[in-house]
Design a protein around this ligand. Structure first.
Ligand SMILES: [Zn+2]
Length: 269
C-alpha cells in the first residue's frame, strides 16, 4: 500500500520533472533561435506572451465550456435585463485592447453574487449580482474587469495551464491538425471545466484586470465611481459570508479597492 503510494508519488514527481525539463528545452530553443512566432505582443499588457492556443481554438474551447454551463445553470430569458447587459458589454468590448474575437454576454438566472469569464470572450453575470447593482456604471465595472481578464489573456492562460502535458507537447510540435487540435483542447471533463471556471486568478492578474477595467470604463465614457461602488457592494455583501463565489475567482477585494482608487486618480489626471 505504502510502496504503491510512494511509487505513484515518485512517478508524479518524475512526470513533473520531465514536463519542466521539456519546457526549459522549449524555451531554450525559442530563445536561441530568436524565433518569435510562439510569443506574440499583447497590447493590453505591453508584453510578449507565450500562448499555444490559437484564437480559433480558444473560441472552440469557450463554446465547449458554454455547453457545460448550460447543463449546470439556467440562462435568463429576461429580455430587458439581457439587453441592458449586452448594451453595456458592447460599449466596453469596443474599447478593449483585444479585438481578435467577438465578446458574448450571458445572464445566468441564479441568486448568487457571481460573474466570470471563459475562453473566447464569453462573459457571464448572475442575476443575484445584477439585482444588487443599480446603475449602468456599476454593471459596466463588472464587465470591464472581466474584459480586462480577456484582453490580458488571463483566461486562456488559465485554461492552457490545465491542458495535459501530451496535448501541450503536440500543440508545440505541431503534431495535431487543426480539427485534432480543437478536439484535444476541448476534451476536458465537465468537472475540470467547472473547477477552472471558478478557480481564482493570481493577485497580479486581479490588479491588472482592475487597471484595464478602469481604462475601458474611462474610454467607454462610464462614471469611474461605479467601480469603487461595485467593489464596496461586494465588500458589504461578503461580511459574514466570505464564501461569495465571485470572491473565489476574483479575490483580494480589500487591497483592490485601494488600488482602484489610485488607478482612477491616475487616469483622470
Ligand atoms: Zn478578476
Amino acid at each position: 500500500m505504502l510502496s504503491n503510494l510512494i511509487d505513484r508519488n515518485l512517478s508524479q514527481v518524475f512526470r513533473k520533472q520531465a514536463f519542466a525539463s521539456f519546457l526549459m528545452t522549449l524555451f531554450f530553443v525559442i530563445f536561441i533561435s530568436g524565433c518569435g512566432t510562439l510569443g506574440s505582443y499583447n497590447a493590453a499588457t505591453g508584453k510578449k506572451e507565450f500562448i499555444l492556443v490559437s484564437t480559433a481554438e480558444e473560441v472552440a474551447m469557450g463554446e465547449s465550456v458554454d455547453q457545460n454551463l448550460r447543463a449546470e445553470y439556467k440562462y435568463s430569458s429576461n429580455r430587458t435585463m439581457i439587453s441592458r447587459v449586452e448594451g453595456i458589454g458592447r460599449k466596453i468590448a469596443q474599447v478593449s485592447d483585444r479585438q481578435d474575437y467577438s465578446y458574448n454576454f450571458f445572464v445566468i438566472e441564479k441568486d448568487e453574487l457571481n460573474a466570470f469569464t471563459t475562453p473566447g470572450g464569453n462573459i457571464y453575470i448572475f442575476t443575484g449580482l445584477l439585482n444588487k447593482l443599480t446603475t449602468d456604471a456599476q454593471i459596466a465595472a463588472v464587465i470591464a474587469h472581466e474584459t480586462g481578464h480577456c484582453a490580458a489573456k488571463h483566461v486562456v492562460k488559465k485554461y492552457q495551464t490545465s491542458l495535459g502535458y501530451d496535448i501541450v507537447k503536440k500543440l508545440v510540435l505541431g503534431q495535431l491538425d487543426s480539427s485534432g487540435r480543437a478536439a484535444q483542447v476541448v476534451s476536458m471533463s465537465s468537472g475540470t471545466i467547472m473547477n477552472l471556471v471558478l478557480s481564482k486568478y493570481s493577485r497580479g492578474d486581479e490588479f491588472a484586470a482592475d487597471k484595464l477595467g478602469v481604462k475601458y470604463m474611462y474610454l467607454a465614457g462610464y462614471d469611474l465611481n461605479g467601480i469603487v461602488e461595485t467593489l464596496a457592494i461586494l465588500d458589504k455583501e461578503s461580511k459574514g459570508d466570505g464564501g461569495l463565489l465571485i470572491l473565489r475567482s476574483h479575490p483580494y477585494l480589500k487591497d483592490r479597492i485601494e488600488s482602484v482608487k489610485k488607478e482612477i486618480q491616475a487616469v483622470k489626471s
